[in-house]
Write a protein that binds this ligand. Sequence first.
Ligand code: AMP
Ligand code: FE
Ligand code: FE
Ligand code: ZN
Length: 289
Amino acid sequence: MQADLHMHSTASDGGYSPAKLMEKCKEAGLHIVALTDHDTTNGVKEAQAAGKQLNLTVIPGIELSTKWKGKSVHMLGYGVNIEDAAFQEVLEGQRQMRNKRMEVMLERLQGAGVTLQEEDVLRYVDGGSVGRPHVAKALIDRGYVKEVSEAFDKYLGEGKPAYVSKAKEFTPEEAISLIHKAGGLAVVAHPGYYGLDEDIEKWVHQSGLDGVEIEHRDHDPEERKHYEKLTSKLEKETNKTLLRTGGSDFHHEEYGRKKEPLGVTTISGEKAEILLRAIEKRHSSQTSG
Ligand code: AMP
Ligand code: FE
Ligand code: FE
Ligand code: ZN
């Protein structure tokens, strides 16, 4: 049994609809998957319906963008209640902020001699969570760049002419709390991107961070070992079982930093089942008071 607990659909910046993405997961030989779109759960229902047809277990998930010490830190939420009105209200606010940010990005691009219309970008946005990859696709369509990665290198990456930081960003601790309040478990995504180990320790000890994404497309074997060790150390210190998750962070075969297809970075079904059981436990403890 194979699982992939990190992927994106057209509800955020992925290239496939939730249903199509689930078909692709099935073809890639996966059994348990989690849809983790940026700042939205709008793709979850469709993914779960498709998963049911395909005999694929689909965990409702999300990836919240946060900022900490000037770094963009992503927090994964698993087993969140997508009907939670307060949670959805917060997400809607983030999406509105993303829309305004996109308008500023287009102005900055104009300043850099690049003309894009809002429609050029919005045609790629299905679930309302607009991000830089959508702008990158529009730049390709208009012939300014050949690839998504080139769009980031030339225009959209941090420090590049059209980079716009998000007006309001959560701290990682706020994101953990939001995920918990929505009934989910919080896992820090691809920690190898930030190197904030001391902060991760603090989030586990003080904010109830539930786990670490150890296997990730962009983690090399050394980093995987490192985060496994860190997680084990934290388990001893807290006397608590932490989650060890992993996944492809798949967006599309052509859009990723690495052009990795589905089914390459996976974790064992056993590890995913630990998450499934932890979600069940969290939900039953919440309903029983
Ligand atoms: P945003 O949330 O709008 O700031 O966009 C962040 C998203 O852009 C990430 O989730 C990735 O999907 C994508 N991304 C960031 N850097 C790169 C890169 N160098 N190449 C391709 N995609 C990238
Ligand atoms: Fe993304
Ligand atoms: Fe991420
Ligand atoms: Zn992701």
